[in-house]
Write a protein that binds this ligand. Structure first.
Ligand code: F6P
Length: 362
């Protein structure tokens, strides 16, 4: 089946990451130059569709003049707050605003929508699409790389690079001061950034939420490193790693609880086992901003083109992805059913173990 689409919308939803503008460029180029469609960029995720007048603007090929491909963030803006089905109102009430979003889509006269988001955003967009008869295709993005059914999400590779660069910077100062340096990286439910950057950045210990740990194993490893003549150690810990008793570690910042603090928790607890000086670096949103690396730009380009091609072929309710060195597309329901977490029996964990990196469980 070939669709009779003439005008599509595109939005970025959830936490931003590097490579979003590169996706928008690919979508606009393919849709405008390949099919002669109009592309409306919706501002601030689904919030733009709630606004009146609708927060959206026509995106042109000329706008993507070569600078946006390499720019971090998203020119459309994004939000990871405000579930449209339980939208928090200024008076403290919670309101279902889904029909307003669907109406916004209709006001714009859109024939289809491309949603660029993580698993949470995709699930919400799918619900909206089913309720409002929206022809939806999604593109996975998140530095956490935890979207189901795809090996890679946009933004992940650049985040790994940022975390690896942080370890490159921490190593010399760790060595100068005989210190244990703990780097806390993002990853809300999955340890992909931690384990890959940890291997690439020469970490001695990597703690990820998928593998339960004991502090004594970490301390023993640090001790072993010292006894073998190296005066410093590098530890990477994913923010979603829990305390030894299984509690999440969160900080209250701007009146909201969010992940943060596991690095300091580990440092405090390690002090009971080792006498080396320990310092903690929390890398934070540096992993989200920054210039997209080549791989993220490539994935963004491939995903953007494939998403438009799916719409052109009349294939909706799907997510594009990457698996076994190839582009794929899968039912959105499958993509949002299970997160993609680190395979504890897979080659990356095996590589870490073979390099004698302590993963906390032995
Ligand atoms: O899901 C992406 C992510 O960057 C997580 O790694 C992190 O926990 C969270 O978003 C941070 O969200 P916020 O920008 O709201 O602090």
């Amino acid at each position: 089946m070939v669709s009779d689409i003439k005008r599509i919308g595109v939005l970025t939803s959830g936490g931003d990451c590097a490579g979003l503008n590169a996706v928008l460029r690919a979508v606009v180029h393919r849709a405008v130059l390949g099919f002669g469609w109009e592309v409306f960029g919706i501002e601030q995720g689904t919030l733009g569709l709630m606004e009146r007048p609708v927060g959206a603007r026509l995106l042109t090929v000329e706008e993507f003049d070569g600078t946006l491909l390499r720019r971090g963030g998203t020119i459309l803006g994004s939000t990871n707050r405000g579930n449209p089905f339980a939208y928090p109102m200024p008076d403290g009430s919670v309101v279902d605003r889904s029909e307003e979003i669907i109406e916004g889509y209709k006001i714009l006269g859109l024939d289809a929508l491309i949603g660029i988001g993580g698993d949470g955003s995709q699930a919400l967009l799918r619900r909206l699409a089913q309720q409002g008869g929206i022809n939806l295709v999604c593109i996975p993005k998140t530095i956490d790389n935890d979207v189901g059914e795809t090996e890679i999400s946009i933004g992940y590779d650049t985040a790994v690079q940022a975390a690896t660069s942080a370890l490159d910077s921490l190593q010399p100062t760790a060595a100068s001061h005989d210190r244990v340096m703990i780097l806390e990286v993002m990853g809300r439910d999955a340890g992909h950034i931690a384990i890959v950057a940890g291997i690439a950045g020469g970490a001695d210990v990597i703690l990820i939420p998928e593998i339960p740990y004991a502090l004594e194993h970490v301390a023993q490893k640090i001790d072993r490193v010292r006894r073998h003549g190296r005066n410093f150690s590098l530890v990477v810990v994913a923010e979603a790693v829990k305390t030894e008793s299984g509690d999440p570690v969160t900080v209250k910042s701007a009146k909201k609880h969010r992940y943060g603090g596991i690095g300091h928790y580990i440092a405090d607890r390690l002090a009971d086992h080792i006498d080396a000086e320990t310092r903690v670096t929390v890398l934070g949103h540096i992993q989200r901003g920054g210039t997209p690396d080549a791989r993220d730009r490539l994935m963004a380009s491939a995903f953007g083109v494939h998403a438009v091609d799916l719409l052109a072929a009349g294939k909706f309710d799907r997510m594009v992805g990457w698996r076994n060195r190839g582009l794929i597309d899968v039912p959105l329901a499958d993509a949002t059913a299970q997160p993609h977490v680190v395979d504890v029996n897979g080659p990356i964990v095996a590589t870490a173990r073979a390099l004698d990196i302590c993963l906390g469980d032995q």
